[in-house]
Design a protein around this ligand. Structure first.
Ligand SMILES: NC(=O)c1ccc[n+]([C@@H]2O[C@H](COP(=O)([O-])OP(=O)(O)OC[C@H]3O[C@@H](n4cnc5c(N)ncnc54)[C@H](OP(=O)(O)O)[C@@H]3O)[C@@H](O)[C@H]2O)c1
Length: 291
């Protein structure tokens, strides 16, 4: 029993130092893919049963598939996106597993809309236990007639939207002294290429912020989880013919769900791609400049 404490409000198991999960040395990549596990950071498991979870980017791709997976685990869901028809479609799929689901249209770039939407969600569900931020866009970066406006749109969606949602949901989680925030970043946070510099910089900001927020929110009982996927087949990547180790969205969603349930602070996948992404980061500029 030493070190095993159950947090009553969330039903999660807190394995304190001295008795933590450790992947051991079986996985050669564990240091680069799950550094927190390797360093024996304390792990808090998350039980999704009866938890109220807000999912942004729920109308499509990873957010939509993850919503279905979380519904199977008994979560009540608030699904967020701008396209109400697509949200309705996802809601119908989720309803095979739970009736506790509502949709809310919101543009995540608009701070006031985010606050108003959270107000509606809290009136409907009375509490918010978790936030999964999966909204995102990827636009190419061009250098002839370089324009900052493209990148501004990416950063406002991928990064500032996350901050607005955290700003408006965290107070409730802090009052409850429990909750979790999951940010869908990307392995692209660790490597860039000239045509995607706007996108990769937004993801670097997301991963970096979440790393700090994980420490900042810890004392309020809020877990912060960073998810960094490689290539996933979704509408976002539909035109990309050069994907390395592409994953089906359902497989990616199931992997992410497992990471959330295990309370992994950082989850990078697939492992081979995660290894190369982190390796790329360590290479000298003389080499990376050639890519
Ligand atoms: N696919 C990949 O290979 C991959 C890899 C690594 C990371 N990711 C990240 O995973 C996340 C989900 O991507 P995905 O591949 O699932 O893309 P997706 O299928 O295009 O889904 C993007 C979602 O973001 C929402 N969204 C975009 N702009 C929005 C806005 N202004 N306000 C509200 N919602 C907005 C869209 O909803 P509406 O259109 O209804 O507003 C949609 O639900 C993104 O952050 C992406 O960067 C993806």
């Amino acid at each position: 029993m030493r070190g095993l404490i159950t947090v009553p409000s969330t039903g999660v198991e807190n394995k304190f130092p001295g008795r933590q999960e450790n992947p051991g040395f079986g996985s050669a990549f564990s240091f680069v893919t799950d550094p927190a596990l390797f360093l024996k950071e304390s792990i808090i498991k998350i039980n999704l049963q009866n938890k109220v979870v807000v999912v942004t980017g729920a109308s499509s791709g990873i957010g939509a598939s993850l919503s279905v997976e979380m519904a199977k685990k008994g979560a009540a869901l608030a699904l967020i996106g701008r396209n109400s028809e697509r949200l309705e479609r996802v809601k119908k799929e989720v309803q095979h597993h739970t009736q506790d689901v509502s949709i809310f249209t919101c543009d995540v770039m608009d701070r006031q809309q985010v606050h108003d939407t959270v107000d509606l969600i809290s009136r409907k569900f009375r509490r918010i236990d978790g936030l999964v931020y999966s909204s995102g866009i990827g636009l190419p970066t061009f250098y002839r007639n370089f324009e900052s406006t493209h990148i501004e749109k990416i950063v406002r969606t991928n990064y500032f939207g996350l901050l607005y949602w955290i700003e408006s949901t965290a107070p409730m989680m802090q009052a409850q002294k429990s909750g979790f925030i999951v940010g869908i970043s990307s392995l692209a946070a660790h490597m860039t290429e000239k045509r995607v510099a706007g996108y990769t910089s937004s993801k670097a900001a997301v991963s970096n912020f979440l790393a700090g927020a994980r420490k900042g929110f810890k004392k309020y009982g809020i877990q912060v989880i960073t998810i960094e996927p490689g290539y996933v087949k979704t509408p976002m990547t539909a035109g990309n013919k050069k994907m390395i180790f592409p994953m089906e969205v359902e497989d990616a969603a199931r992997s992410i769900l497992k990471a959330i349930e295990k309370g992994k602070p950082v989850y990078r996948f697939p492992k081979t791609m995660a290894f190369f992404a982190r390796f790329f980061e360590c290479l000298p500029t003389a080499i990376t400049a050639k890519f």
